[in-house]
Write a protein that binds this ligand. Structure first.
Ligand code: ADP
Length: 404
């Protein structure tokens, strides 16, 4: 168009005609440029719209992803196990992490047939019943697979799926059992001395008895009252440790404390002709702890080692550093503890039946007190034992309680 203008300018046409041609050309140029501008602008607007659309799509996508992740996190962190079974192919479409861990299933649960994962016949029967009923039915089944665990299933139909909710009630049942045992045991421990006291008081009150018999019966009453007081004192001591009351701490030499404890039991050890070996490492740090409580730990463990040993048995006390702890082993060659009762000896009032016959005095509180004291010091106690061969109780006291 510009060449037309230049050509017109230098052409021999009249000025009047030149003006008309140039004006028309310029007009055409303006119109063309304007239409180009409009097209560009609409293209620009379209591009903008598209990028806005993409942006909002991206944001929605992020929101969906976030809520899905939150849902998955919650799903996996619910302490109950949840499993979803597709009714059409009997396969598991989804299961949270708790499900696998409660039943200790090794590997991935999703995508398997439900009977590959659930082995408990009563639960499988429950699922089959819900599948066959074809109507909204909710059933509850307690697993009977093992006696150590207590698993409780709820099976709920939901459209074309079945939802299985699994609760691990093992700990709950265990604490219920401990509570019931505690009440039965404390009643038993109180009843025995009270019955003896009542019986001998009746004899003292009603019957003609001579002076030496009177003294003998009063001694029995005295012993049983003392036993009741010991019992109550031990219970109060236990509850004060459990209550976490502040106790004063001092710098303690474990070597001295062990030697003092051994001194207390010298006579009993000689009476039973027990061979005692005390082996204490020389580089032990001082411990910041309550001396009375720590001594109670050593007394209870040495007392048991002697009580549950026969004449001529052997007891070894070994004290040494082990990683972040000072470790003290009380090792005896006595009656031992059956393996299925080892963990229970730390429960309040728990007594192993076999050894109970040999020992008429213990109330089953000693190890519970030991355990509680050590827990309050961030320490721990472990037991290894073989019935008829002996036991080793190992005490671990953290050295971050120490002062060198
Ligand atoms: P108790 O006062 O009856 O001895 P403990 O709490 O100290 O109570 O111990 C609980 C039970 O653990 C005891 O009744 C006994 O059966 C068993 N026990 C504890 N120490 C030993 C040991 N060294 N050898 C064998 N059995 C033990």
């Amino acid at each position: 168009m510009f060449s037309v203008i230049i050509f017109t300018l230098y052409s021999p046409l009249s000025n009047y005609l030149k003006i008309i041609i140039i004006s028309v050309s310029l007009l055409i140029i303006v119109i063309l440029e304007y239409s180009n501008f409009k097209i560009a602008r609409s293209n620009f607007n379209k591009k903008n719209e598209l990028s806005n659309l993409l942006k909002s799509f991206d944001e929605e996508n992020k929101k969906i992803k976030n809520s899905f992740n939150t849902f998955k996190l919650a799903f996996n962190n619910i302490k109950e196990g949840i499993m979803v079974i597709n009714k059409s192919d009997n396969k598991i479409t989804d299961a949270n992490e708790s499900f696998g861990s409660i039943i200790s299933f090794p590997g991935i649960v999703n995508g398997r047939f439900y009977w590959e994962v659930i082995r408990d016949v009563s639960v499988l029967n429950g699922i089959e019943k819900v599948l066959s009923l074809n109507e909204p039915t909710e059933i509850e089944v307690s697993s009977t697979l093992t006696t150590q665990t207590n698993h409780y299933y709820k099976i709920i139909p939901s459209g074309s799926f079945i939802i299985v909710i699994l609760e691990d009630k093992t700990l709950l049942k265990k604490s219920e059992r401990i509570r019931a045992d505690f009440i039965a045991n404390i009643s038993h421990e109180l009843k025995n001395p009270l019955t003896a006291i009542l019986g001998f008081l009746e004899i003292l009150n009603n019957e003609e008895i001579n002076e030496s018999e009177r003294k003998k019966y009063l001694q029995i009453v005295y012993r049983n009252v003392k036993r009741l007081i010991d019992l109550v004192e031990n219970l109060l001591f236990l509850s004060s440790i459990e209550g976490g009351n502040y106790i004063s701490k001092t710098s303690i030499s474990i070597k001295d404390l062990i030697n003092e404890t051994v001194e207390l039991y010298k006579n009993k050890i000689t009476e039973k002709n027990i061979v005692l070996i005390v082996d204490i490492s020389n580089d032990l740090p001082f411990i910041q702890a309550n001396e009375f409580q720590l001594k109670q730990v050593f007394i209870n463990l040495l007392d048991n080692a002697i009580k549950y040993s026969s004449n001529n048995d052997k007891i070894i006390i070994k004290v040494y550093n082990e990683r972040d702890y000072v470790r003290i082993d009380f090792c005896d060659t006595g009656v031992g503890i059956p393996s299925n009762e080892k963990d229970r000896v730390f429960e309040r009032f728990y007594k192993v039946d076999k050894s109970r016959e040999k020992n008429s005095n213990g109330a089953g509180l000693g190890l519970s007190i030991v355990n509680n004291i050590l827990e309050s010091m961030n320490g721990k106690i472990e037991v290894q034992s073989e019935l008829g061969k002996g036991s080793t109780f190992s005490v671990f006291i953290p050295t971050n309680f120490t002062q060198t």
